[in-house]
Ligand binder design. Sequence first.
Ligand SMILES: Cc1cc2nc3c(=O)[nH]c(=O)nc-3n(C[C@H](O)[C@H](O)[C@H](O)COP(=O)(O)O)c2cc1C
Length: 171
Amino acid sequence: MRGLVVYYSHEGQGTIDFNVKQFAKGHTRIVAEKIADLTGSDILRIVPKEPYPVEYEACCERAKAEYESGARPEINMPLESIDAYDTVFLGFPIWYRSYPRVIATFVEKFDFSGKKVMPFCTNEEGGFGMADMQLASAIKAKGGTVAEGLSIRGKRVDGCDGAVRSWLGME
Ligand SMILES: Cc1cc2nc3c(=O)[nH]c(=O)nc-3n(C[C@H](O)[C@H](O)[C@H](O)COP(=O)(O)O)c2cc1C
């Protein structure tokens, strides 16, 4: 199995228990790096062409407008295809009970025929919200299959080894 970990994670300000704080690494990035380490997968961060503001409130404002308009923000993408991979671990923070629109941009760019997608997310509460159902239908439309996802609360990312290993079927 050759795996690719693809993720978006907001850099700069985020929240723990809804209190705004500065983070050196986004929560989803911490989980993504763990998955890549444990599986020996390649790892790729989704980088929006126009970066989201570092400040939490400004980020929310743009994210909300994009969500409401169904935007597909442009992303920088070094990959031309995902043909070399069998499994794509696709990670994101939950934004408005869904996934950030840059994830929609990524999914629509590629052919997922024969690929297995393993979604993972971080959030404050409420798990995947609508994101797992929405992602399953978006991936299916692109020919792929979706496995059960892994949801981790942002404040628990530092101690999530056991949950990640168990989701990967390693224990
Ligand atoms: C624009 C925005 C919207 C959010 N919406 C939700 C939400 O609907 N439900 C939730 O549990 N957390 C929500 N959060 C919190 C993030 O999902 C959570 O802090 C996540 O761990 C951030 O991951 P990151 O550091 O990788 O970006 C939101 C955060 C932002 C910035």
